[in-house]
Design a protein around this ligand. Structure first.
Ligand code: TMP
Length: 215
């Protein structure tokens, strides 16, 4: 049966690694898993990603940024996420609508109700069954993200790593506020070795995955 899981968190929280580890575990259990990410996941959305994350675009207006995330999402939903769910697959997505509330709402200070409406337009009713929020202090995540970008030559995607610590603290707070309101969001402590975090995720997910919809 189809199931839609999103991974969220501040920069450097380890979501990409955890998404990969969970995918391996689920495939070993015989699940048909599609992995994807936002912004991106298909050629048009990947082209928008390049604009959004290019550190050279430091003068991108906050409203333009918001609309570009929404545009990339609309394309990604139509081209990748909804078809996969329709085919009965599990979709694991690195970031989704919560990121727009946390970054453009709490981080940039744009109107959160407006963002919620745009999110609804872009996703046209497709929402995650579950969201894993990997939580850690902003200082820790930012330090990890900056050193990762240097060692993996990801500087071309570093526009958000250039933001202040205060910005990233607001983003974290945004995610935690969302988690208080939305039952689908599981907050996981992202500190410690990746294997321990992976165990925490699997433990938290197991009852939901195997008793609610996928059994
Ligand atoms: P990534 O580094 O996890 O691939 O995410 C790309 C960046 O885009 C990250 O800094 C968070 C940011 N972002 C937003 O600001 N709003 C959004 O809606 C999404 C999906 C990502």
């Amino acid at each position: 049966m189809n199931f839609f899981i999103t991974f969220e968190g501040i920069e450097g929280c380890g979501k990409t690694t955890q998404l990969r580890l969970l995918t391996q575990q689920l495939r070993l259990l015989g699940r048909d898993v599609v992995t994807t990410r936002e912004p991106g996941g298909c050629p048009i959305a990947d082209a928008i990603r390049n604009i959004l994350l290019d550190p050279g675009n430091h003068n991108l207006a906050a409203r333009a940024e918001l609309l570009l995330y929404a545009a990339a999402r609309a394309q990604h939903i139509d081209e990748v996420i909804r078809p996969a769910l329709r085919d009965g697959k599990m979709v694991l997505c690195d970031r989704f609508t919560d990121a727009t509330i946390a970054y453009q709402g709490y981080g940039r200070g744009l109107d959160r109700e407006l963002i919620a409406s745009l999110n609804a337009l872009a996703s046209s009713g497709t929402m995650p069954d579950l969201t894993i929020l990997l939580d850690m202090p902003a200082e820790e995540g930012l330090q990890r993200a900056r050193s990762r970008n240097t060692t993996q030559t990801l500087e071309h995607e570093g526009r958000f790593e250039q933001e202040s610590l205060e910005f990233h603290r607001r983003v974290r707070q945004g995610y935690l506020d969302l988690a208080q309101r939305e039952k689908r969001i599981l907050v996981i402590d992202a500190m410690g070795p990746p294997e321990s975090v992976s165990e925490r995720i699997f433990k938290a997910l197991e009852p939901k995955l195997f008793t609610e919809r996928c059994s």
